[in-house]
Design a protein around this ligand. Structure first.
Ligand code: NCD
Length: 314
C-alpha cells in the first residue's frame, strides 16, 4: 500500500499514476471516515512536520498542520519568510538541508517556480510542494480530485470548466495534470491575456484529453458538470494597471447559474475575492467550503503515505 510514496517528494501534478491517485483517495477516505466517527490517531507519534511558508496562506498551512496534529504528530513552522534566515539571504537549499535535521517531513510554499524541487535536492526528508509561485500546487489538485469524486461520483465522462487566471494559477496547472488520468472533457475559460500556458495545453492534448479554450463563460457554464473558479492572481502581475483591467472579468452569481445544469458542482481553491458572489454559497452545488475540509483528509493521507505510516490503518 505504501510502496509508491514512502520517502518520496510531492512536487508536481505530473508525478502521479492512476494507481498512486487511487492510494491517496483511498487513504483520505479512511481518514475522513475515522475522523467523522470520532477516531483519534497516533500514527505520527514522535514525528515532526515543518511548514515553511514564504507566501501567504490560510488553508494550505493550517490544514497541513491540522492533519499532522490529527495524526498524532508535532508541528514546527516558519509562518513568514521575514522571520527566517531566508531574510538574511540564505539559499533554499541550505534552508531545506537545515530543516531536514529538525523535522521528518517539510511542507513548503515559496514565490519562485521550481523552489520545491530546489529544496528537495538538498533535503534528506520528503518535501511537499505547497505552491511554488505560478508553478504547481499538487496537494490542492489531489484534494480537488477527491472533492470531485465525492460531489459528482466520477470523473470519467464529465465536463469540467476551469475559469479565471489559468496563466498564473498554480492550482489549475497541477489539476489538469491529474485530470489527464481520466476521460474528462476540459473547457478552459479565461480572458485571452490569462490563458493556460500553451505548453501545458499541448501536453494535455498529446495525452489524448479533449481541451477547448474560450472566453465565453456563459456557454461554458451551461455545458459544464463542474465549474472550477479561480482568483485573478494579483501578486503575479508586474503592472498593477494590467491587474485592474482584468479583475472582475468573470463573476459567478445566481443570474449566471440560471443558465447552468441543475446539479452543477462549483469549486474554488479559495481565497475568493469577487469572482463568486456570496449569494451563490446557498446553492446546493456550491462545494468550495466542503472542498476546504477535504484538504485535511487528503493531507493526512499524504503525510501518512510519504512517511510510510498508512500500513496500520489501510
Ligand atoms: C491557492 C494558492 O495559493 O495557489 N490557494 C490555496 O492554496 N487554497 C489559490 C489562490 O491563492 O488563488
Amino acid at each position: 500500500m505504501i510502496g509508491n510514496f514512502n520517502g518520496k517528494h510531492i512536487l508536481h501534478g505530473n508525478q502521479f499514476t492512476k494507481e498512486d491517485l487511487g492510494q491517496v483517495m483511498k487513504a483520505a477516505g479512511v481518514f475522513e471516515g475515522g475522523l467523522k466517527n470520532g477516531q483519534t490517531y497516533d500514527l505520527m507519534r514522535g514525528r515532526i512536520l515543518a511548514t515553511l511558508f514564504f507566501e501567504p496562506s490560510t488553508r494550505t498551512r493550517l490544514s497541513f498542520e491540522s492533519a499532522m496534529l490529527r495524526l498524532g504528530g508535532g508541528v514546527i513552522s516558519v509562518a513568514s519568510g521575514a522571520t527566517s534566515s531566508a531574510a538574511k539571504g540564505e539559499s533554499i537549499g541550505d534552508t531545506a538541508r537545515t530543516v531536514s535535521q529538525y523535522a521528518d517531513v517539510i511542507v513548503m510554499r515559496h514565490p519562485q517556480i521550481g523552489s520545491a524541487a530546489e529544496a528537495a535536492a538538498t533535503a534528506t526528508v520528503p518535501v511537499i510542494n505547497a505552491g511554488d509561485g505560478a508553478g504547481q500546487h499538487p496537494t490542492q489538485a489531489l484534494l480537488d480530485i477527491y472533492t470531485m469524486q465525492k460531489e459528482v461520483g466520477t470523473l470519467d465522462g464529465i465536463r469540467v470548466a476551469l475559469l479565471g487566471d489559468l496563466k498564473n494559477g498554480r492550482t489549475v496547472h497541477a489539476l489538469v495534470e491529474l485530470m489527464a488520468l481520466f476521460k474528462v472533457e476540459l473547457i478552459l475559460v479565461s480572458p485571452p491575456q490569462l490563458q493556460m500556458p500553451a505548453e501545458i495545453v499541448d501536453g494535455l492534448k498529446k495525452k489524448g484529453l479533449s481541451v477547448h479554450q474560450t472566453d465565453d463563460l456563459m456557454q461554458a457554464a451551461a455545458a459544464a458538470d463542474v465549474l472550477y473558479v479561480t482568483r485573478i492572481q494579483k501578486e503575479r502581475f508586474s503592472d498593477a494597471a494590467d491587474y485592474e483591467k482584468l479583475k472582475g472579468s468573470y463573476v459567478i452569481d445566481n443570474h449566471l447559474l440560471e443558465q447552468a445544469k441543475k446539479d452543477l458542482v462549483i469549486l474554488h481553491p479559495l481565497p475568493r475575492v469577487d469572482e463568486i458572489a456570496v449569494e451563490v454559497d446557498a446553492h446546493p452545488g456550491a462545494a468550495y467550503f466542503r472542498q476546504t475540509l477535504n484538504g485535511v483528509y487528503v493531507r493526512m493521507a499524504l503525510l501518512a503515505l510519504v512517511l510510510g505510516r498508512t500500513g496500520e490503518v489501510i
